[in-house]
Write a protein that binds this ligand. Structure first.
Ligand code: 5GP
Length: 188
């Protein structure tokens, strides 16, 4: 059994976090990568668990050194996937990057063929996701529209992914993910 690097993406509201949580819980040989960020820790967040919290200087130095498989700026802060940390984790376990479509495609481009397996979680249909997002009620109509445009963009990128898993039934989707993990671990 070899250790495999997976990126799991999916539009907001699709239940990706829950699926990844269940996957990790059921498989001690799987672990989640920890990203670096320059934003301040929120209440309860732990360094090295939720994120590696870096200063801007530290982040930029590591970026210059080529230590990010990808990085991006969100809300004025930097976020990146640390190459050396992921590689260290891969010595012991298979690793999941829970990462958006843009980030996942960037990581794939920075690696050789076959070094990462991309999995996208999709809703059974866009309409049901629209209803779920609207049901959150915490967002303005403008913000909801923006989110939907992003969802459509992300779903459109599914063609570039290795696997697409429909989250119509939670247990079935977890099973499907476990099959994918097993299949990829067996590949030479
Ligand atoms: P938050 O600050 O709320 O934890 O995350 C803000 C945004 O940063 C989210 O959209 C999250 O997906 C994104 N993010 C977290 N880690 C990474 C990373 O390693 N790389 C990139 N590109 N984005 C990240």
């Amino acid at each position: 059994m070899k250790n495999v690097l997976f990126a799991i993406s999916g539009p907001s509201g699709v239940g990706k976090g829950t699926l990844v949580g269940k996957l990790l819980q059921a498989d001690p040989d799987l672990t989640l990568s920890v990203s670096c960020t320059t934003r301040a820790p929120r209440e309860g967040e732990k360094d090295g668990v939720d994120y590696f919290f870096l200063t801007r200087e530290e982040f930029l130095a590591r970026k210059e050194a080529g230590d990010f498989l990808e990085w991006d700026e969100h809300f004025g802060n930097f976020y990146g996937t640390p190459r050396s940390f992921v590689w260290e984790q891969l010595k012991r376990k298979s690793v999941i990057l829970e990462i958006d479509v843009v980030g996942a495609l960037k990581v794939r481009d920075s690696l050789s063929d076959g070094e990462i397996v991309l999995i996208m979680i999709v809703p059974p249909d866009l309409h049901s996701l629209e209803e779920r997002l609207a049901g959150r009620g915490s967002e303005s109509e403008e913000a909801q529209k923006e989110r939907l445009t992003r969802v459509r963009y992300e779903l459109d990128k599914r063609k570039e992914y290795d696997y697409v898993v429909v989250n119509d039934d939670l247990d079935k989707a977890v099973e499907r993910l476990q099959q994918i993990v097993a299949t990829e671990r067996k590949k030479a």
